[in-house]
Design a protein around this ligand. Structure first.
Ligand SMILES: Cc1c2[nH]c(c1CCC(=O)O)Cc1[nH]c(c(CCC(=O)O)c1C)Cc1[nH]c(c(CCC(=O)O)c1C)Cc1[nH]c(c(C)c1CCC(=O)O)C2
Length: 358
């Protein structure tokens, strides 16, 4: 029996009242009253109310203010009536919390002052404890009170994607330093990923213990790897993260971009729900992932810039491909693009709910 099949999460401080939500039911592959919907990056620049409260506050600082985090996390739930909230934070927050000198530059992304490329650099990655991120525990406590029956999704960056930022020193198209380390010094690479798996596991545990009802592990850039390299050099670390949180019984979602060839392995790593970008239709994704897993996805976020009719037609295509799935959580194939019309997102939620209502 896998952790997710257990009748009720054991230490469900994580909100027993969310247990019967459509989102958690779909993750558990149980029948749902309608297909649940949430959007990666649903909080953020597409919302005028977000831009207003963030004015003059740097991104990382905003992640450390529990009241602001609570407000920003709730904004898309209020506006769009999505079926789940995602905690407002960033994948580099735990790295910052253990003392890595980094910043999030607007329009660029995370930038690391001293890249991690040697064994001496690795020693800078110390363990994360709950005391390093008190603002996370505090914000989630506030949020679960406000959210009631709506589940909160906690998240973290997967070891490969975090390593890519640390080794490159910032965002990268080709991940050349990262791959140089992975192929050139496999032992140092394995040790780095293992260290990151421990930090990531600790960060997810903090969120679950504070009240998150599900977690998503973002391996956004792992689609840069071939399956054999993924299996050898990445999967053990990602599997370690999934194992570390298995006993909580909360659904574990795994997502990456351009991962069509990796979907089966990403499921095998230990996910209960596999996220799919828009490049592979969900029926084909289900064949690649195999039985016993739910899928999440997968409308191309750029489709939201087309006409209402076109958005509905493309959404219906996604829903048709999802018809026979054991469990489906509707989402975009990647994050909401910053210039998306928020009304298009609200209409999309309503459309999916109406079309799939039983
Ligand atoms: C790769 C990655 C990062 N961060 C994240 C990922 C994985 C998801 C993905 O694949 O997109 C995860 C993330 N980052 C943020 C969230 C918030 C929750 C949500 O989804 O609503 C989540 C889930 C807030 C954020 N994280 C960031 C913003 C934008 C900063 C701002 O609003 O000023 C937000 C809302 C900054 C960030 N942080 C990162 C990037 C690439 C950027 C964008 C840089 C830019 O275009 O300005 C690293």
């Amino acid at each position: 029996m896998s952790a997710i099949d257990r009748p009720q999460g054991q230490q469900t401080k994580h909100q027993p009242q969310t247990y019967d939500s459509a989102f958690l039911k779909a993750c558990r592959r149980e029948p749902v009253p309608h297909t649940p919907v949430w959007f990666m990056r649903q909080a953020g620049r597409s919302l005028p109310e977000y831009l207003k409260v963030r004015e003059g506050i740097p991104m990382l600082e905003s992640c450390m203010r529990p009241e602001l985090v609570t407000e920003i996390t709730l904004q898309p739930v209020r506006r769009h009536k999505v079926d789940a909230a995602i905690f407002f934070s960033d994948i580099v927050v735990p790295l910052k919390a253990i003392g890595i000198d980094l910043d999030i530059k607007p329009g660029v992304g995370p930038v690391v002052a001293g890249p991690v490329r040697t064994r001496a650099d690795l020693a800078r990655l110390r363990d994360l404890t709950p005391e390093d991120v008190p603002y996370v525990t505090e914000a989630i406590g506030m949020l679960t009170g406000e959210l009631g029956a709506t589940p909160l999704i906690g998240f973290a960056g997967a070891p490969f994607t975090l390593a890519s930022y640390l080794v490159e020193g910032g965002p990268s198209r080709n991940h050349e330093h990262t791959k140089a380390l992975m192929y050139g010094d496999p032992q140092l690479w394995a040790d780095l990923l293992d260290r990151l798996a421990e930090i990531t596991s600790a960060f997810l545990k903090v969120q679950i213990e504070a009240g998150a009802s599900a977690v998503q592990l973002f391996d956004s850039w792992v689609g840069a790897l071939a399956p054999a390299d993924y299996r050898r050099s990445v999967m053990p670390a990602s599997a370690k993260v999934f194992d570390a949180v298995a006993s909580y019984g909360v659904p574990r979602i795994h997502f990456g971009v351009g991962t069509g060839e990796l979907l089966g392995l990403m499921g095998e790593a230990g996910a209960d729900v596999v996220g799919v970008d828009w490049r592979v239709p969900l029926d084909e994704a289900a064949r690649r992932v195999g039985p016993g897993k739910a899928l999440q996805g997968n409308l191309d976020p750029a489709v939201l810039f087309s006409s209402r009719e076109a958005v509905e037609a493309k959404t219906d295509e996604v829903l048709a491909a999802a018809k026979g799935l054991e469990g489906h959580v509707f989402n975009l194939g990647h994050g909401v693009l910053p210039t998306t019309d928020p009304d298009a997102l609200t209409r999309l939620v309503e459309h999916v709910h109406t079309r799939t209502a039983v």
